[in-house]
Ligand binder design. Structure first.
Ligand SMILES: N[C@@H](CCC[C@H](N)C(=O)O)C(=O)O
Length: 290
């Protein structure tokens, strides 16, 4: 599946457990010799009364707690299955609620509350004001890239404000910033350009996945950081390379709502021993044969 081109391999492990080794995840993640994905999602039974538990692994095999675009995809799958307009998803970051946004394959997810305390990001040293932290970055000759906002949206994000996202080579800067010693659990790195009181352009270097076409939690983190510093209001359209997400940071309960599309690319089966993939025929072909 994919949300704005941020792509996922989704396993349904609710009846039969799927436990892959790090090496197997890396093999499946390889875009040349495997299937290729930004994140691998494993649906498991929920222990908290939700419709499913969603386990998330990055393409580098690290297990993480949050993925906004995948939450929309999983929410949509569960809603289809239940024939319902809402679904509850358990994640390591807590329970998330997905609902039908009123248009086909457009889903809203309540991503919960953002965290700003330096211990929650987490950062390696104390910062009182996480709206802009001073970073010592050796070789980068761009002062603007020294004071990111940091936000935890179930996962760590650093947002660097720039005048033009295209003026920086994020593929080069991303790995260095992701592994900066200030981020003990590494971080997702965004370049954000404010284009109006209710709009942002965003590019994200994702922890454990690299440059992606979209990052849902990144869009939430950037929208919150922008509103927190009065760069925008609390409702913004975030334009990513793969398309747009609408993010609203609700005043009433401090929750961040994200609305965007979902897509199923193909379905199939993976052999447990060989990891060989058998694709299901496309629905149109199945329909013709019936
Ligand atoms: N694609 C994501 C975020 C996935 C996890 C991230 N790379 C991390 O390591 O925290 C999204 O849509 O939020």
């Amino acid at each position: 599946m994919n949300g704005l081109g941020n792509d996922f391999l989704v396993f349904d492990a609710r009846r039969d457990p799927v436990r892959l080794t790090a090496d197997e995840i890396l093999r499946l993640a390889d875009r040349k010799t495997g299937i290729g994905f930004d994140q691998m999602i494993t649906l498991e039974p929920s222990g908290a009364g939700a419709d499913a538990f969603m386990r998330i692994h990055n393409a580098d095999s690290s297990e993480v707690s949050a993925c906004g675009n995948a939450t929309r995809c999983v929410g949509w799958l569960l809603m289809q299955e239940k024939d319902s307009a809402a679904a509850t998803i358990e994640t390591r970051a807590g329970l998330l609620y997905a609902s039908d946004a009123g248009e086909p394959e457009l889903i809203t997810v309540d991503m919960g509350e953002p965290k700003f305390d330096w211990r929650d990001i987490p950062l390696a040293e104390e910062f009182h004001d996480t709206r802009a932290i001073e970073l010592q970055i050796g070789p980068i000759d761009a002062p603007i890239l020294h004071s990111p906002a940091v936000v935890n949206m179930g996962n760590p994000h650093a947002i660097f404000w720039v005048d033009d996202v295209e003026a920086y080579d994020l593929a080069k800067l991303g790995p260095m910033l992701e592994h900066h010693p200030i981020f003990p659990e590494r971080a997702n790195i965004s370049l954000a350009q404010v284009t109006g009181p209710d709009s942002l352009i965003l590019k994200v270097w994702e922890r454990g996945a690299g440059l992606t076409r979209a990052c849902g939690t990144g869009a939430c983190a950037a929208a919150v950081a922008a509103a927190r510093t009065r760069r925008t209001g609390r409702r913004v359209r975030v334009t990513l390379p793969g398309g747009d997400l609408v993010i609203t940071w609700r005043e009433s309960d401090n929750h961040v709502m994200m609305t965007g599309p979902v897509e199923t690319d193909f379905t199939g089966t993976i052999d447990r021993d060989t990891l060989a993939v058998t694709l299901d025929p496309p629905a149109s072909v199945r329909g013709a044969a019936e």
